[in-house]
Each structure stands twice: as structure tokens, then as C-alpha cells.
Design a binder for this molecule. Structure first.
Ligand SMILES: CC(C)(COP(=O)(O)OP(=O)(O)OC[C@H]1O[C@@H](n2cnc3c(N)ncnc32)[C@H](O)[C@@H]1OP(=O)(O)O)[C@@H](O)C(=O)NCCC(=O)NCCS
Length: 192
């Protein structure tokens, strides 16, 4: 199975490929977008050389997982950002949920809307057992998004390697959601 196109009311999630590199260079050049992730903007070389290969990993795609770019369903010229489900290397059946939106797309509940269809895809189509996420404790918007998606906060740890991020001393929050707690619409028919 490769990543399908996923639709919500306002977003068209399309598999992210190397063809989207320039969009992601632009997104990662905004220090405000990366303030609570890297504490700074990324250079073009970092995006192209380090991050794009991870975002287009063929092993993830082969399992229907990986990154999606989110377009405005009602304006095909406009894009909102990306969403992802990154499979765990050491735990089959588990993947990390993430998202990164352009500033112009903030404040419209779009991260939750795209995240919901990804969680449904993870449990209902791919058949994962667990979806997890991490966010800085001070990233109030992201914590709200993850809570709305049904993920539960499990732990907070202070990570010295995050010292470049404002508010790092408040820690990193780990959250997860088990398929058994995700609701009947997320269980595939053949498992019911
Ligand atoms: C974090 C991010 C994904 C949020 O997505 P979004 O769709 O813009 O989310 P919204 O602004 O609609 O906010 C979601 C919720 O958080 C709340 N919220 C947003 N900013 C807040 C703040 N500063 N304080 C308190 N609550 C806040 C909103 O009120 C909303 O809650 P509600 O649904 O109960 O009304 C987006 O801002 C983003 O891409 N930021 C940069 C990258 C990033 O931080 N990614 C996540 C890394 S873990």
C-alpha cells in the first residue's frame, strides 16, 4: 500500500514528494513556524540535505505512511502545510503523528482537521495499534490539537538538547492514543 490522497472538508492531503521541496524550504525558512521545534529557521541546505530524504522515505510509503502536503480543497493553488505519520523503527504497529502549518493557515483548526483523517487512516486503513506524538510543553496550540485528536498526555521530561527552544525548561510532553481507545469508526471492518 502506498500513501493515498486523503480528503477532509477543507483540506486535500496529497503524498509529499521531492517535487514539493521548494514549498518546504519556504515553510522551514520562517523562524516563527520553527520557534518551538528548532528555535530557529532551517537553511536551504538543511532542508534539502537532511530533512527532505526523511520526509520522502520509501520504506514508510510502502506501508501507507509518511508525509502528506495539505492543499486548500477550494483553492488548488493554496497550500497549508504538512502532516505526517512516521513509522517507529523499533515498534511495528506504532507511528508518530506530526504537522507543520504555514503561518497564514494558523488559527483555523486546520491542524486538527488534517490530523483527524490521519488518525483514522492509521487505525482504520493501515491497522496500526498506536499513534503517539511529542510537543514542547509551551506549545499550547499543538497540545490542544493533540488533545482534540484524542491523544492522552503521558509524561513530561526536560531535554537538555532542546535548550535552543524558548520554554525548553518546561519540558517535552509525550502523548499517545491506543487503537482500542480510538472509537469504532477507527477499527477496520474485518477486525470488528
Ligand atoms: C501548532 C499548530 C499546528 C496549531 O495548528 P492550528 O490549526 O493553527 O491550531 P489553532 O490555532 O486552530 O488552535 C488549536 C487550539 O489551540 C488553541 N490555541 C492556539 N494558540 C493558543 C495559545 N497561544 N494559548 C492557548 N490556546 C491556544 C486554540 O484556541 C484552539 O483551541 P480550541 O480548538 O479549543 O479553540 C500551528 O500553529 C503550527 O503549525 N505551528 C508551527 C509548527 C508547530 O508548532 N508544529 C507542532 C509541533 S509539535
Amino acid at each position: 500500500m502506498s500513501r493515498p490522497v486523503l480528503l477532509t472538508e477543507r483540506v486535500r492531503l496529497e503524498p509529499l514528494t521531492a517535487a514539493h521541496t521548494e514549498l518546504l524550504v519556504e515553510l522551514d525558512s520562517d523562524p516563527e513556524v520553527l520557534r518551538l521545534i528548532h528555535g530557529r529557521a532551517l537553511s536551504r541546505d538543511e532542508v534539502v540535505g537532511t530533512y527532505m530524504p526523511r520526509r520522502t522515505a520509501p520504506q514508510a510509503d510502502a506501508r501507507g505512511l509518511g508525509f502528506w502536503i495539505g492543499w486548500d480543497r477550494h483553492d488548488p493553488e493554496r497550500w497549508f502545510g504538512w502532516w505526517c505519520l512516521i513509522p517507529d523503527a523499533d515498534r511495528r504497529g506504532s507511528a508518530e503523528l506530526g504537522y507543520r502549518l504555514r503561518r497564514t493557515a494558523w488559527g483555523r483548526d486546520l491542524a486538527t482537521e488534517g490530523g483527524r483523517v490521519l488518525v483514522d487512516h492509521a487505525f482504520g486503513t493501515v491497522g496500526l495499534q498506536r499513534v503517539w506524538a511529542e510537543t514542547m510543553a509551551v506549545n499550547t496550540a499543538s497540545r490542544a490539537v493533540l488533545r482534540k485528536l484524542g491523544l492522552n498526555e503521558r509524561a513530561i521530561r526536560v531535554d537538555d538538547e532542546k535548550q535552543a527552544i524558548p520554554g525548553w525548561e518546561h519540558g517535552v510532553v509525550s502523548l499517545d492514543l491506543d487503537r482500542s481507545a480510538a472509537g469504532p469508526s477507527r477499527v477496520p471492518d474485518d477486525a470488528q
